[in-house]
Design a protein around this ligand. Structure first.
Ligand SMILES: NC(=O)c1ccc[n+]([C@@H]2O[C@H](COP(=O)([O-])OP(=O)(O)OC[C@H]3O[C@@H](n4cnc5c(N)ncnc54)[C@H](OP(=O)(O)O)[C@@H]3O)[C@@H](O)[C@H]2O)c1
Length: 335
């Protein structure tokens, strides 16, 4: 049994990690920690665990965490890297924050507005997009779990990145859970419900992450990325427009690219959030518009599963040589 701990269990991705790990046959949960609610029974934080977990929230104690084989950090950026610095070398780490995703600390400072708190570890981190970096993830001590938008866009673009002319336009819509559980202005019920809006139009932090990872397929890749807030709880739908001069059998091209990748399904009609909500799947639909010579790809994920905690467990499975699907067999939340 692998001993795993989760830090940040009072947040959304921490909650998803607990649910997935409880269903995982190869792990033993060592510590469930957070800054707040320490000492309270987990079922008080989440009544859904009443009668399921008989343990209390533990403080974030680095010495205790070192007893784990792997620690998931489900924390805000800058907080994660502080803890990762103390844990590195003692246990494997999967960080769900943005702290180790960007390889260049100056790019991190530019987009996140602070000096990188642990730049000495950047060279150790592997970008954890499971389908693209499996071999490196298997060897990694520190995995930077990708951003949710970045996962949906990179998977939609990677198969054709080498054929692209001009910039990619990625138009993405996310449910509100993408912003986390804490209160944030603009995310109140009356702002979100029955409403729909674009945000971060002048630049979203996932852009450098997308371009960094897609550069290995096309050095000149450029992405215009426009996120929108959907009045739903979970899920991301990205519609990606790409200029490709030559028509190809894109369905086959995508199917061949993801051949053997259980969690990416190339589908032959536009997918909806209901196809993937609650699961670790990414459904991808490619369509070539001859009139405009644009390849239009629709990709959907659950932001908290394939976009965060599900992919984190997929990465853990890869790191420990387990079946990639272990713990991730849940069915879609529908209706
Ligand atoms: N939500 C998503 O769809 C999604 C997808 C991909 C990646 N991510 C990333 O995953 C990370 C967690 O996201 P989330 O959605 O789970 O966020 P969240 O719901 O806001 O939870 C944040 C967690 O971090 C803890 N925390 C906040 N500040 C802290 C501090 N200074 N010291 C110690 N703990 C602190 C909170 O604990 P307290 O109870 O003590 O405040 C809470 O447990 C973030 O970096 C986020 O960007 C999220």
């Amino acid at each position: 049994m692998i001993k795993v701990s989760v830090v940040g269990i009072t947040g959304f991705t921490g909650l998803e990690l607990i649910k997935i790990l409880l269903n995982h046959k190869g792990v033993e949960i060592a510590h469930l920690c957070s800054r707040s609610r320490v000492g309270e029974p987990i079922f008080k934080v989440y009544p859904q665990f009443s009668g399921v977990i008989e343990r209390v929230v533990e403080p974030i104690d680095v010495e205790l965490l070192k007893e784990s084989d792997l620690v998931f950090l489900a924390l805000p950026h800058t907080v994660s890297s502080g803890i990762a610095k103390s844990l590195f070398g003692k246990t494997k780490i999967i960080d769900l924050s943005a702290d180790f995703r960007l390889k260049d600390p100056t790019v991190y400072s530019k987009w996140y507005g602070v000096e990188h708190p642990a730049f000495e570890l950047l060279g150790e981190a592997v970008y954890g997009l499971s389908e693209l970096n499996r071999e490196m993830i298997a060897q990694a001590q520190l995995v930077a779990n990708p951003g949710c938008y970045a996962t949906s866009v990179i998977l939609a673009v990677a198969p054709v990145a080498q054929f692209l002319e001009g910039a990619v336009i990625a138009d993405s819509k996310s449910g509100v859970s993408g912003a986390g559980r804490g209160f944030k202005e603009g995310l109140e019920f009356c702002e979100v419900n029955e409403n729909f809006r674009a945000y971060s139009v002048s630049g979203h932090r996932h852009i450098p992450e997308m371009e960094q990872e897609l550069k290995s397929f096309n050095e000149n890749i450029r992405i215009a990325f426009i996120p929108h807030l959907l009045p739903v709880q979970r899920g991301i739908l990205s519609t990606v427009y790409m200029q490709v001069e030559r028509e190809m059998d894109f369905f086959k091209l995508y199917s061949d690219f993801f051949n053997g990748d259980y969690f990416v399904r190339v589908v032959n009609s536009p997918p909806s959030l209901n196809s993937v909500k609650g699961t670790n799947f990414c459904d991808i639909y490619p369509y070539y518009d001859r009139r405009t010579k644009r390849l239009i790809v629709v990709s959907v994920i659950d932001n908290m599963i394939k976009g965060a905690s599900g992919q984190a467990v997929q990465n853990m499975n890869i790191m420990f040589g387990l079946d990639e699907k272990e713990g991730l067999g849940g069915f879609v939340f529908y209706p």
